[in-house]
Design a protein around this ligand. Sequence first.
Ligand SMILES: Nc1nc2c(ncn2[C@@H]2O[C@H](COP(=O)(O)OP(=O)(O)O)[C@@H](O)[C@H]2O)c(=O)[nH]1
Ligand SMILES: [Mg+2]
Length: 230
Amino acid sequence: MDKKREGEPASRSPVAKTHEFIFKVVIVGESGVGKTSLMLRYADNTFNPSGTYTTIGVDFKTRTQCVNVQGRDRTVKLDLWDTAGQERFVNIVDSYVRDAQGVVVVFSFDDFSSLSAAETWIQKVYAREKNASVILVGNKADLPNEARQITDMYLDSWLREHAHMDVQMIRVSAATGDNVDDLFEHLGVTLVGSADRAGPIENDKGVFKLRAPAPLEPDQVHVTKRGKCC
Ligand SMILES: Nc1nc2c(ncn2[C@@H]2O[C@H](COP(=O)(O)OP(=O)(O)O)[C@@H](O)[C@H]2O)c(=O)[nH]1
Ligand SMILES: [Mg+2]
């Protein structure tokens, strides 16, 4: 029997070997919010609390998973791009975002300024890729209240004030793994739904470019829980 690694969630989503869809997903946000940690938790199910990722220089990871969209199991490969410590070089980040179908904009609960930075990121992303599916992610949700600079009450009022941005927000923890699979499954479902409705065009790299994706209605979204798909 496999030994459970430290900090590893009890079970994972089933991993599919072939895929119907490939989507480019870029992770952006301020330095230190946990972008690399989220990518590694999702793709490899690992977490390094000492956080010396920039020396590793990881900038790309991939994982194929099953999602259920309107009653149909679909296999989705997400190619995740991490800005690998280059957050401050706006032009480099701009090129990561180009052609992305999904963008994960991360802030962390222990960094007050990372939330307003996330707003700027969302604007930048829409300016570059207006059809991208963007999801706002609050990372380090494992931290106790005394270690937080962003309280739930503040975040709720911030979200109400920014309702016009029309992005969904999810709280996650790369440290414990909480909600990390759900985040990417939800993104996968949204992207497949957009591809289905827009009529995907497959380019020469097998990457689907989407035309005018529209958000799914809540009752169209069903993320299959572990072990029930493919
Ligand atoms: N408590 C906690 N710490 C985290 C979490 N995610 C990342 N970290 C830590 O935050 C620091 C920055 O993480 P990193 O992934 O390098 O951030 P990046 O600069 O956005 O890529 C590291 O020390 C991580 O161990 C989390 O969910 N909870
Ligand atoms: Mg990083």
